[in-house]
Design a protein around this ligand. Structure first.
Ligand code: BG6
Length: 484
């Protein structure tokens, strides 16, 4: 199968941080279709060779194990080509048409890794240039829009040019191995299903901690913030994967129908919950791994009086028969004390205690997304010693460590999703109605913040965020998993 991938934003941050390493990994694993072309699109008119040299230099800042050696790069770079275009100029789309006309690829993927306000323009211009052929697929990066209206406007314009089954809205968290495994755990086994409900689950905690700050993306982040960057998409998709009903089959729409129902069932915000159940924070100067780092307001491209949030913690519920009354907590932020992501399912304690034991970290399923991925089942066990004298129950852990079980060299999130686009599998992509519901649910928070004079709570870099986060969960009589 011949295949052309056109990367709009071909010189941008996402391209070299995530997409090129993922494409190189697929190339190395032998899963890129033979004869694939990767066509970077950017403003500079640099030609293929300079583009290859640029990508090679950018690979230097990628983690060592994801970086090609010079021989590998030589072979990989033969796939790379470049088209210089000003995306707002209709005549420039002719350059791309000429490039694509050099051969008739079986599948053409237009990957829009640009600012979302360009999506509609690009889609329209592709149509005018006759490049929205039936064998074309379009990938839209997040955030798709800035709010409900802009999301709808983009989806409407792109929807006039491509049919829904040609549109791949990417959320790379759905490509993470642990998330796919969560689907397998829930829908490939009968074991947890009877327990997966309000009668047996006390609360669910979704945490995405980042040590990194906004890096060179200050200007982007200023108008985005953590709610739009992480919660509206990644965290809510994780919540859907945990909360959805079993789909009737494994087809894309069956899965997406069930995720949509979860998003529609999220408890609406009230004037009270907007204040009590949502915390926004912003990092101040501090230390990460002993190294001093500046506060958000001192980052490049950021206003010294910025109120943009770099941390969000919130509490919500899914209002349906399965979940009514079970709190779902979401917590994510930048410049925190660690870099990890996990979902913790806390089961209810035994109805009657016959042992005198502290439950602590037991009765819990942990789905680790990163840096290590896998599953941990925390239980209480009778402590054993050689004289069998112990009467103590202690917390123990059953581990499924993916590295140990499947080997460390596995398909990463972007690689998985790019291969799915090539093969036309929509299961792990987001449908437009899911996005609309997610925006509808976060919008009252954005509106509330506009008139909230308090602004974000400052937290020192290298800590776990504002202390109010612990107070929020304590109101329900719970604590964050690492505090128990
Ligand atoms: C991106 C956000 O979608 O996800 C970034 O725009 C964030 O701000 C990144 O750093 C986190 O992804 P991962 O896979 O590194 O957890």
């Amino acid at each position: 199968m011949s295949f052309d991938l056109v990367l709009f934003g071909g010189t941008g941050d996402l391209c070299w941080r995530k997409l090129m390493p993922a494409l190189f990994a697929a190339f190395k694993h032998g899963t890129l279709p033979p004869g694939a072309r990767i066509i970077g699109v950017g403003r500079d008119d640099m030609g293929d060779d300079r583009y290859r040299a640029l990508i090679e230099s950018r690979f230097q800042s990628v983690e060592q194990d994801k970086r090609p050696n010079s021989d590998e790069f030589q072979r990989f770079s033969a796939l790379l080509q470049f088209v210089g275009m000003d995306l707002s100029r209709p005549d420039h789309y002719g350059h791309l048409r000429d490039k694509l006309a050099q051969r008739q690829a079986d599948t053409v993927v237009m990957y829009l890794a640009t600012a979302p306000d360009l999506f509609a323009v690009i889609a329209e211009q592709l149509a005018l240039a006759g490049l929205n052929t039936p064998n074309t697929r379009v990938v839209l990066e997040k955030p798709l829009g800035h709010d409900l209206d802009s999301n709808r406007a983009i989806n409407q314009t792109v929807g006039q040019v491509f049919t829904e089954h040609q549109i791949y809205r990417i959320d790379h968290y759905l490509g993470k191995p642990a998330v796919q495994n969560l689907f397998a755990l829930r829908f490939g086994n009968a074991l947890f299903e009877p327990l997966w409900r309000r009668e047996h689950i006390a609360n669910i905690q979704i945490t995405i901690d980042e040590e990194l700050g906004v890096e060179k993306r200050g200007a982007f982040f200023e108008t985005t913030g953590t709610l739009r960057d992480m919660v509206q998409n990644h965290a809510l998709q994780l919540l859907c994967a945990i909360g959805m009903e079993p789909p009737i089959n494994a087809h894309a729409d069956a899965i997406r129908d069930e995720k949509l129902k979860v998003l529609r069932s999220l408890k609406p915000w009230t004037a009270v919950t907007l204040v009590q159940d949502v915390i926004r924070g912003q990092y101040a100067a501090g230390r990460i791994a002993g190294v001093p780092v500046p506060g958000y307001r001192d980052e490049l491209g950021v206003s010294p009086s910025s109120n943009t949030e770099t941390f969000v913690a919130l509490r919500t519920e899914i209002s349906n028969w399965r979940w009514a009354g079970v709190p779902f907590y979401i917590r994510t932020g930048k410049r925190l004390a660690g870099q990890d992501a996990r979902i913790v399912v806390n089961f209810r304690p035994t109805p009657h205690a016959i042992y005198n034991a502290q439950i602590g970290a037991a009765n819990r399923l942990v789905i680790n997304l990163q840096p290590k991925d896998g599953l941990e089942l925390h239980l209480l066990a009778q402590a054993q010693d050689k004289r069998q004298l112990s009467r103590q129950l202690i917390p123990v852990q059953l581990d499924l460590d993916f590295d140990k079980r499947f080997g460390a060299e596995r398909v990463g999130a972007y690689e998985r999703l790019l291969l799915d686009v090539i093969e036309g599998r929509l299961n792990l992509f987001v449908r437009s109605d899911e996005q609309v519901e997610a925006w509808r649910w976060v919008e009252p928070i954005l509106t509330h913040w506009q008139s909230d004079v308090q602004g974000p709570r400052l937290y020192a870099s290298g800590t776990w965020g504002p202390s109010a986060t612990s107070a929020m969960i304590a109101r329900d009589g719970f604590c964050w998993s690492e505090e128990s």
